[in-house]
Design a protein around this ligand. Structure first.
Ligand code: GCU
Length: 592
């Protein structure tokens, strides 16, 4: 036996299967699913003993002599979905591996394939079923799935997941972030049952630049790859039949007379795709999004993005948000603020958010966590970012609300970073030519005493420029904004993607006293005076909707591991600045 084969067998025997996940299936919420959410046994494993001790076998001593130094059934319990940091005080700061185990009973059915689907797990995950390694996944905020048709048994089964949130220099993000490193099975875990040949993925959207033509594709998975697929939109009296090729793929383009999706009219259609024995329904909105000079056009008309940035932090409860109720609270506050737009930072949020945004008519900026400085020259880091971009787009490429794919946030201006981001921009356009590409930049040049010029080389290959400026908080005084002018080196739309000030709810003082509600309100007032004078401004997403946990925010009695730039406290209390921004948005809406 050659050495490589021996090594591979040995690694597999120790659960090192490095198999990548199966191709991501789309639209899981509308498929036949069995939830594995709920109580999972959990072993906290700070010295990473589990792999060598083969926890994934879930063994019990076969007699009174056998030495087994773990027992899932007598270990901790963690709720899934959910980060571990907010479930157990002793895990608040924990960074390392946790081994999860869930036993379940399953009834096998003929001609049915089965996948185990993870909405997300932060950060590095190895998955096993009935003691067999399925594979591993890197990235804390995008879905992944493994086929288990051959490994799942009639009757009793157990799934084991090792989730490790240790930060990695070559990771995406890297080791330094201004958000809490919540670890664990942070989103739903689901068994998905599909036909032997099923509709794995599809795009049904308006063709770029057209409001009367649908273009898209469908991808089947399974042995009967070449077959007829029907795309129906009954309310629009559309029924088109196409034939997939030997690889199971077919592209299509056909005329369509549709009511267009918009914030004022978030029209969704029931779209039905059927092939042979498979049929999936999806709720899809149809709209166009493009730029013309410094304007963003929604359905051909200029639109101003009245937005707010927000982290995926659970209101009141704390920890990672994941539920439909969390999404309703967060997007409800955005709507109360007068928003038609949200910047979901700094990573793809859970699918409840984008599907609810579709229904509410709120446009979305969706972002991969290429955040601050990362390992720009490492090919594995680029591949990791590409994978996260691929899966962010694959999950949401039928969501009308998503109008912007963001490649990064506040990255340093150096040649290797431009090369890295240029590559990501090309991949994003190739995967989805219909949405706009952006990034939040933060390097500007002084072009005069009160003039700042954005000419970051990355701007060259973005459709929309994002700019994070903290005038009045990290530099200058709030009143300096009254005189400040902003220019960019391109004839492209500008979104002021971050500004803000920090203060705990209920802390009051003079308007010039930092860390008070009055200071934050005053800063927003001065910012609004400045923003009104920027001709290329097409939107804003101030920092931030709600206070959120951060390991970098240490000021006792004021921050206490919270970044307090929220317009709303983590208990849902609205600060004075909330109403300053709300007034601005309401006036803008009224003047439309
Ligand atoms: C940065 C960064 C945010 C951070 C914020 C702040 O711009 O994008 O992630 O939380 O500023 O300093 O509060």
């Amino acid at each position: 036996m050659n050495r490589l084969l021996f090594l591979l067998l040995t690694l597999t025997a120790f659960g090192y299967a490095d198999a990548s996940p199966s191709a991501l299936m789309n639209n899981v919420p509308n498929r036949t699913t069995i939830s594995l959410d709920g109580a999972w046994q959990a072993i906290i494993d700070p010295y990473e003993t589990g792999l060598k001790a083969r926890f994934y076998l879930n063994s019990k001593p076969k007699d009174k002599q056998e030495l087994i130094e773990y027992d899932f059934d007598k270990s901790d319990v963690l709720q899934v979905p959910g980060d571990w940091n907010s479930q157990k005080k002793e895990l608040f700061f924990y960074e390392g591996p946790v081994w999860y185990k869930r036993s379940f009973s399953y009834h096998k059915r003929e001609h049915t394939r089965v996948f185990v689907y993870f909405g997300a797990a932060n950060y590095f995950t190895r998955v096993y079923l009935n003691g067999q390694a399925l594979g591993e996944h890197e990235g804390g905020f995008t879905p992944f799935n493994f086929e288990v048709t051959d490994q799942i048994r009639e009757g009793d089964n157990f799934v084991v997941a090792e989730v490790n949130n240790a930060r990695r220099r070559d990771g995406v993000p890297s080791v330094n972030t201004d958000w809490w490193n919540y670890g664990g099975l942070t989103r739903d875990v689901t068994l998905v049952e599909v036909a032997e040949t099923f509709i794995q993925d599809y795009v049904v959207q308006l063709a770029k630049g057209s409001s009367s033509e649908i273009s898209g594709w469908v991808q089947l998975s399974g042995p009967a790859s070449a077959q007829q697929v029907t795309v129906e939109i009954p309310e629009a009296k559309i029924k088109q039949t196409i034939t997939t090729d030997a690889a199971g793929r077919a592209e299509f383009r056909f005329p369509a007379k549709l009511e267009l999706w918009s914030p004022d009219h978030p029209r969704l259609y029931d779209v039905v795709l059927s092939s042979g024995v498979d049929k999936v329904h999806d709720a899809i909105g149809f709209r166009t999004i493009e730029t013309r000079g410094t304007q963003i056009l929604l359905n051909g008309k200029p639109v101003f993005l009245r937005g707010i940035s927000l982290h995926e932090e659970a209101p009141v409860r704390g920890g990672r948000a994941f539920s439909h109720e969390d999404a309703e609270t967060l997007l409800g506050w955005a709507r109360e603020l007068g928003c038609n737009f949200v910047r979901l930072t700094h990573y793809p949020h859970n699918e409840n958010m984008t599907r609810l945004a579709d229904r509410m008519g709120i446009m979305v900026w969706s972002e991969i966590p290429v955040y601050w400085d990362i390992d720009w020259e490492n090919p594995a880091t680029l591949q990791n970012a590409e994978n996260q971009l691929r899966d962010m787009i694959a999950r949401d490429h039928n969501r009308a609300s998503v109008v912007l794919w963001s490649l990064s946030n506040e990255t340093p201006v150096k040649p290797e970073r431009v090369t890295f981001l240029r590559q990501l921009a090309a991949s994003a356009r190739q995967r989805d030519p219909t949405r706009l590409i952006t990034s939040a930049l933060n390097h500007v040049d002084e072009a005069g005493p009160d003039v700042r010029l954005l000419n970051d080389p990355v701007g060259e290959f973005l459709d929309v420029l994002g700019l994070n400026e903290y005038l009045g908080w990290y530099w200058g005084r709030p009143e300096d904004a009254d005189r400040m002018q902003w220019k960019t080196a391109w004839d492209k739309p500008l979104i002021m993607s971050e500004f803000g000030a920090e203060n705990p709810y209920g802390r009051h003082g003079e308007g010039d006293e930092r860390w008070t509600e009055e200071y934050q309100a005053s800063l927003y007032q001065h910012q609004i005076t400045m923003l009104k004078k920027i001709p290329s401004l097409a939107g804003l997403s101030p920092w931030v909707l709600m206070d959120f946990h951060s390991p970098r925010r240490l000021l006792p009695g004021i921050q206490d591991y919270y970044n307090r730039k929220g317009l709303v406290s983590n208990h849902g209390e609205h600060k004075q600045a909330f109403y300053v921004l709300q007034k601005f948005y309401r006036e803008m809406e009224a003047a439309k």
